[in-house]
Design a protein around this ligand. Structure first.
Ligand code: NAP
Length: 262
């Protein structure tokens, strides 16, 4: 199916690797011009070169900066001629025990995983509505539905974003103007973040890393971790011209891990 996205512009935040990169690849594959961001320049430029190779017909622009800051967001928005598609993403907060977290850690998590996406939504959706097309995909986490004890900063900040999106996505001036806002909730995906978290967990336990990884994989009904490419494909589907009636949803991509019926 042609997703009907050729020639659109997407701002894909935090996309030099991992899930953001998977989304950028899928969109570029559909003929979408992209602005990708990340803090580290070297990996960002490598990612951009690979995206250009994937589809030489599209414009790929890079903005190095922290999307959790007003300056980082301003630079990203300035590089995108118009934002038809916004993929909100940033690094996840570190795991830990809530007894160790002070206001500073909470504010950092809120900035990156709640307030940054809200600020970018605020900056883009009314212009999308005026043009009659807009797609916002927020990368959140399966932890929004099934909280993970040690990821309390993530559980809290992302739940705040989820509550905000549930309301704003249903505004008739957005939903009625073909602007959709949805959240994609990853379970376990094979990215640097997952590998780092598992190495950290192994270091704190008596279990060797290999065994911990094998157990984690075996606990997933799909018996494997997800790939950034399949995450990106679902993101592109949500952004498709055909998905205008799908809004305000939280879509789990977790290989069947969430145990509930609804
Ligand atoms: P990843 O492999 O570590 O990639 C993170 C990407 O985001 C990198 O390109 C990184 O580049 C960029 N980035 C991080 N913080 C940034 C910031 N403040 N401003 C701009 N760019 C930033 O992580 P991932 O696994 O793709 O995870 C993406 C999101 O999904 C995270 O919020 C994570 O918590 C969430 N998630 C992931 C999983 C999973 O299994 N992978 C599961 C649930 C939730 P720089 O470091 O150079 O900035």
């Amino acid at each position: 199916m042609d997703l009907g996205l050729k020639g659109r512009w997407a701002l894909v935040c935090a996309a030099s690797k991992g899930l953001g990169r998977g989304c950028a690849e899928a969109l570029v594959g559909e003929g979408v011009n992209v602005v990708i961001t990340a803090r580290g320049e070297a990996e960002l430029f490598t990612a951009a070169a690979q995206l250009r190779a994937l589809n030489p017909g599209v414009d790929v622009r890079t903005v190095a900066g922290d999307i959790a800051t007003p300056e980082g967001r301003a630079a990203a928005l300035a590089a995108c001629p118009q934002v038809d598609i916004l993929v909100n993403n940033a690094g996840g907060p570190p795991p830990g025990d809530f007894r160790e977290w002070e206001r500073e850690q909470w504010l950092a998590a809120l900035d990156a995983n709640m307030l940054a996406p809200i600020a970018l939504i605020k900056a883009t959706v009314d212009a999308m509505a005026a043009r009659g097309f807009g797609r916002v995909v927020n990368i959140t986490s399966g932890a929004v539905k099934a909280p993970i004890d040690t990821l309390g900063l993530s559980n809290g900040a992302r739940s705040g974003l989820t509550g905000f999106v549930a309301g704003v996505a249903r505004q008739p001036r957005l939903a009625g103007a073909n602007v959709t806002i949805n959240n994609l909730l990853p379970g376990a995906f094979d990215t640097d973040r997952l590998r780092k978290n598992m190495a950290g967990a192994a270091a704190k336990s008596a279990m060797p890393l290999d065994e911990l990884v094998a157990r984690r994989r075996a606990a997933i009904p799909a018996q494997r971790f997800g790939t950034a490419a399949e995450f990106g494909a679902i993101c592109a589907m949500l952004c498709s011209a055909h998905a205008g009636y799908l809004t305000g949803q939280n879509i789990l991509l977790d290989g069947g891990s969430y145990p509930g019926t609804f």
